[in-house]
Design a protein around this ligand. Sequence first.
Ligand code: AMP
Length: 363
Amino acid sequence: MKIGILGAGQLGRMLALAGYPLDFDFVFLDPATEACAAPLGTHIHAGFDDEQALREFCVSVDVATFEFENVAGSSAEFVARRVPLYPPPLALTAGQDRLHEKQLFVQLGIPVPAHAAVGSLEGLKAAVGHIGLPAVLKTRRMGYDGKGQAVLRTTADVEAAWLKLGSQPLILEQFVPFEREVSCLAVRGKGGELRCYPLVENVHRDGILRTAIPTVADPLQTEGEDYARRVAEHLDYVGVLAFEFFVAGGKLFANEIAPRVHNSGHWSIEGAECSQFENHLRAIAGLPLGSTALRGPSAMVNLIGAAPAVAELVDLPGVHVHMYGKTPKPQRKIGHLTVTATDRASLLARLAPVQALVERYAS
Ligand code: AMP
């Protein structure tokens, strides 16, 4: 079966690496010259809105998906009219605007941080009066990895944040004093079956994910799965859906969804019976879903900006190296490590020096 993927970054690369053993082939469409999934399939080098290229993409695949969530809804519709596209275009666009995304959560009865749409400096001041400080001002569209955001701590920050971001539609959110951040990775098959991985505890710095550790018997597992199910069923979702939450006062507050495989699920390559990448492919290809159970303790550490030499990394006990073939650049995710161990205490003992080593190189 030929799988078409819109986007050819590291998520596409890891989808292909999971797919070849199942006898899948891959076609990628991506405008980037350095598209790190390109060596793993046919690369159509064109913009996501290039109709000629999208036509060529559609005729060469049996089923299509995406690994980049900012593909325009019109391009997704164009593809979906010609070839089965999973998740469906509505699932793609549902998360593209942070305000509409929050409205969807509210509609589905999922708790969200206090927030308000902002379209002017006066509107921002009014929203600050209503929501209070600290607060986070974000662009409604195209933000990722903490980009397009400003934290407002005092009223003196308001005008600077407006000058930085005010040329686009914005949303102001209450700054959630979270105890931790978790994500729920769910996979939904074509027949509606839904499976969730154990909730993952995520640590971010400068808005970028640094470490992700799957939890064991987390008290919020059922709540997270319930919220993921509400969204997945509402969107008639097929594939892997990532749902990010803040935990405050022991309860979940929805931050955002990503309609794709997700960085907080990379540990599942070694740490779960069936990885998020294989499960996404199984779902969109109509195969039975794989088990989301843990194989054992694991943790994921992102390599950001720069990394130690592979020769040094592969020599560390329990460390599995995934380099993405990307040119190192500050703030760029260039690879990740999965650390595994036989029990949680040994995992944490292995993880600490790995994190310290990786942090020395991160930029
Ligand atoms: P986002 O792009 O919205 O996922 O934001 C990136 C990271 O910034 C999150 O994972 C949090 O660590 C932090 N962050 C974003 N929004 C908030 C908020 N409303 N309150 C506290 N921290 C936030």
